[in-house]
Design a protein around this ligand. Structure first.
Ligand code: CTP
Length: 398
């Protein structure tokens, strides 16, 4: 299952470190290569000798090999890993990760990581419930790191509650699920349209909307994390392209968005139209800046081409088409109508009525509706987490 996968495990100072040799054995049995990095305080809970024996690799904890002065390159380690698991993750190391503190090999490697990050917090009940821990966990979630939630039970302190690191068998299962998820989208070609469009009125003015592109870019990033080949067509936004994106084309108007998407779509496996494309555009664009005069000017509009509808018309049975709907009333019935009218496989419904959801926010609240018409509603989450929900759903449809 995990044949030849490279798993980097960062062990920090927590009593739960005693479970890591078992996890390493399970991973090795499953075919994975395991490299362990420990903090100094982790060594109070489990010995480097135990971990190097079960992983069959010398355990690393210093930036330099003391005998030879040779460098343990955090960059090479970060590049080697297909997954970086921090387990157990103490409150102390978590706080450092969130604040960019890099005072040991484990943390410098974390800051250089190219792979995805999974973390299994382990701490005492009160520490786990402290607002700083809650805030730090939320930050790591917002960054797209995958949490293996601690379980409830008796803790080393004698207290009872949440804070126990998950058992090695269940962490292994999470790692297997992670790689399975990745394999579904691996090398699938996905078109993602993002951002607003600007419709020119004259050389300096335009009609636009408040789309920031955050949702679409979070989707693109998550797709790339799962191994998809991602093609972004972006309206005017100020977001830098995430890592591992195959291509990005920047457009301005609905017409340009149409041309790019129509050209790309026939070779795509999936298209996700997250862009807030203008429905109307000025009939005539003034060649010079419109001056103030006696009369208030009237701007006559004409409809733009509906990109999603056009993609729905040419979609083949092997392609999956996902659209968005922004509704202010009668939300679910309107979204279902849109799903069928545009021949979609899935529609993501954003409601303008939900506080904290929609344009400009970093959070969003959505419902997902597929052709079975059973809406699945989610709570308010960061756009990064919403992207995960959307892509999990798309994978389930493939
Ligand atoms: N969309 C599109 N081309 C357009 C307008 C919208 O491809 N010219 C796509 C959006 O990317 C989104 C979906 O259509 O995925 C829904 O857009 P929305 O504006 O909510 O719906 P409309 O179909 O335009 O209908 P209405 O405005 O009447 O609700």
């Amino acid at each position: 299952m995990l044949k030849a996968k490279n798993i980097l495990i960062g062990v920090t100072g927590s009593i739960a470190a005693y479970k890591i040799p078992i996890l390493v054995r399970l991973l090795r049995k499953s075919g994975a290569n395991v490299q362990v990095i420990m903090t100094n305080s982790a060594k109070d809970f489990v010995t480097p000798l135990t971990l190097s024996t079960v992983s069959n690799k010398a355990v690393l904890s210093q930036a330099f090999k003391t005998e030879t002065g040779e460098w343990n390159s955090h960059i090479e380690l970060a590049e080697w890993a297909d997954l970086f698991l921090l387990a157990p993750l103490s409150a102390n190391s978590m706080g450092k990760m969130v604040n960019g503190i890099a005072d040991n090999l484990l943390l410098t490697t974390y800051l250089s990581a190219r792979s995805e990050i999974m973390y299994a917090p382990a701490m005492d009940l009160d520490m786990y419930q402290h607002p700083s821990t809650k805030r730090n966990i939320q930050t790591l979630k917002d960054w797209g790191h995958i949490i293996v939630e601690p379980t409830e039970g008796e803790l080393a302190s004698g207290l009872c509650g949440a804070g126990r690191m998950e058992e090695p068998e269940n962490i292994l299962k999470r790692i297997e699920d992670f790689f399975e998820k990745k394999s579904i989208l691996k090398a699938k070609k996905v078109l993602v349209s993002v951002g607003p469009t600007y419709e020119a009125i004259d050389p300096v003015r335009f009609i636009g909307n408040h789309s920031s592109g955050k949702m679409g870019f979070a989707i693109a990033e998550e797709l790339a994390n799962r191994g998809a080949e991602v093609y972004i067509v972006s309206g005017p936004v100020s977001i830098i392209t995430p890592k591992n994106i195959e291509s990005r084309v920047d457009v301005v108007s609905a017409d340009e968005m149409y041309n790019e998407c129509i050209n790309l779509f026939p070779t795509m496996d999936i298209a996700i139209m997250a862009a807030a494309i203008a429905d109307f555009t000025p009939k005539n664009i003034a060649s010079q800046k419109i001056k103030k005069g006696d009369k208030t000017p009237t701007i006559e509009l004409k409809p733009t081409k509906d990109v999603l509808f056009s993609l729905g018309e040419i979609k083949t049975d092997n392609q999956t088409l996902v659209g968005f709907a922004l509704e202010t009333e009668n939300e679910i019935p309107n979204a279902i109508k849109k799903l069928h009218k545009k021949n979609l496989d899935l529609i993501v419904l954003n409601s303008m009525n939900d506080k904290g959801a929609g344009f400009g926010y970093s959070t969003n609240q959505i419902s997902l509706i597929d052709r079975n018409e059973h809406p699945q509603s989610f709570e308010l989450k960061s756009k990064k987490e919403v992207a995960i929900d959307i892509i999990d759903k798309i994978e389930s449809l493939l």
